[in-house]
Write a protein that binds this ligand. Structure first.
Ligand code: TXA
Ligand code: MG
Length: 319
C-alpha cells in the first residue's frame, strides 16, 4: 500500500507537474523525464540556464540500461558498490533520453538515490525522474523540507518531507574520457574511495580551471551574505561582532564565541558535510555583514567541503 503522499506525488508527476523529493544528499525538484512541460517548470522556477543539464534519477539499477548505450567497466564497478547512493555517472545517452535533459550533450548523468521515500516513489512510477537541487539558481542547496518551503512556498504543489538529508552534500559526478576516469564534481563519495576501487582518477572542474561540466560555475552554492574562504579566520577579528565564523572543530579564543559556528566538535568530516548547508542557511538568516569560512582539511570529504565553500565565496581564496 502506498502512503497517500506518494500517491499524490505519482498523480502530480504523471500530469506534467513537479514535486519536491528528499534524497540522502539534498532535496531535489523532480519532473518526469518525459514531461517537457514539467521540465520547463523546473528551469523557470529555479531561474536556471537551459545550458545546464539535469540528472536522471532511477529506482532500480536495471533501469540504467534503457537510458544509455553502454556502461564503461570502471563505472559499472562504482555503481555495484555505491548505488543506491550519492554517485552520479555520466554515460552516453540512448534515444530514450530527450536531448533537452542533457542540454545538448551526448552524455547523460544518472543516479539511484538512497532515500526510502524517494525509492518508493521511483519504483511506483512508470518513468524516471529528472531532479536538480531544489533551490534557486546559485543559491545554497536545501537539506530540509523547510529550506524548500522558504525558497518556493506554494509555487511547488507538493514537498515530500523525508526529514533532514543524512549526507548533506551533492552527489559525486564521475565519467570516463578515453579510458580515463574523471570526477567532474566532488561530493559525498570521496576521490580516495573511488581511487581505492578503480585506480587513479582525474579531478576536473576545480575552481580556477576552465569550466568542464556545464553548471560547474565558480560562483555557486552561495549565501546572500558575502562569504569568504580563508586559512586563518583569526586575522578577521576586526569588527568581529558583525561577522559569522564557520569553523570545523575548534573555536578561536581571540574571536567572540557566540559568532563562531562549529560544524563538528568531534572533528568528523562526514558530520561537517551533513551540517554544512543547514548551518549556512541559519547564518544567512541572521544579519551578519560577512561569513568567514575556515578551510577544511584537504582530504576525503574535506576536499568537497572546500570546493563548495570556495564557490560560495565566488572562487576567491584568501590567506
Ligand atoms: O546529489 C545530487 O546530485 C542532487 C540530488 C537532488 O540528486 N542533484 C543535483 O543536481 O545536485 P544539480 O542539477 O543541482 O547539479 C547537477 C550537476 C550539473 O550542474 C552538472 O555539473 C552535472 O551535474 N551534470 C549533470 N548532467 C550532466 C551532463 N549530461 N554532462 C555534464 N555534467 C552534467
Ligand atoms: Mg544544484
Amino acid at each position: 500500500m502506498l502512503p497517500s503522499q506518494i500517491k499524490l506525488a505519482v498523480d502530480l508527476l504523471s500530469n506534467n507537474d513537479v514535486v519536491c523529493i528528499p534524497t540522502e544528499t539534498v532535496y531535489g525538484l523532480a519532473a518526469s523525464l518525459y514531461s517537457e512541460k514539467a521540465i520547463d517548470k523546473i528551469y523557470t522556477l529555479k531561474g536556471r540556464p537551459r545550458s545546464n543539464p539535469l540528472i536522471v534519477h532511477i529506482g532500480r539499477k536495471e533501469d540504467l540500461f534503457n537510458l544509455c548505450t553502454e556502461v564503461p567497466a570502471p563505472l559499472q564497478q562504482l555503481i555495484d558498490r555505491f548505488w543506491p547512493g550519492p554517485l552520479t555517472i555520466l554515460v552516453e545517452k540512448s534515444d530514450k533520453v530527450p536531448i533537452t535533459v542533457t542540454a545538448g550533450e551526448s552524455r547523460v548523468g544518472i543516479r539511484m538515490p538512497n532515500h526510502p521515500l524517494t525509492l518508493q516513489l521511483l519504483q511506483a512510477l512508470p518513468f524516471p525522474l529528472v531532479a536538480p537541487s531544489a533551490n534557486p539558481y546559485n543559491a545554497i542547496s536545501p537539506t530540509t523540507a523547510k529550506h524548500v518551503q522558504d525558497y518556493f512556498g506554494t509555487q511547488i504543489p507538493l514537498i515530500l518531507d523525508g526529514g533532514p538529508c543524512k549526507q548533506g552534500l551533492e552527489s559525486t559526478v564521475v565519467g570516463v574520457e578515453n579510458g580515463q576516469a574523471v570526477i567532474y564534481r566532488q561530493g559525498m563519495i570521496t576521490v580516495e574511495q573511488i581511487e581505492a576501487m578503480i585506480g587513479s582518477v582525474l579531478v576536473k572542474g576545480e575552481v580556477g580551471e576552465k569550466q568542464v561540466a556545464p553548471g560547474m560555475t565558480a560562483k555557486h552554492y552561495a549565501p546572500n551574505t558575502p562569504t569568504l574562504l580563508c586559512e586563518h579566520p583569526e586575522i578577521f577579528a576586526e569588527d568581529a561582532e558583525n561577522k559569522a565564523f564557520l569553523l570545523f572543530d575548534k573555536k578561536y579564543a581571540s574571536l567572540p564565541s557566540e559568532h563562531q559556528y562549529l560544524l563538528s566538535e568531534s572533528g568528523d568530516l562526514e558530520e561537517a558535510a551533513q551540517r554544512l548547508y543547514q548551518c549556512l542557511h541559519e547564518i544567512d538568516h541572521k544579519s551578519y555583514k560577512q561569513i568567514i569560512c575556515e578551510r577544511f582539511p584537504d582530504h576525503g570529504i574535506g576536499r568537497a567541503i572546500n570546493d563548495r565553500l570556495l564557490r560560495a565565496g565566488g572562487g576567491i581564496v584568501t590567506q
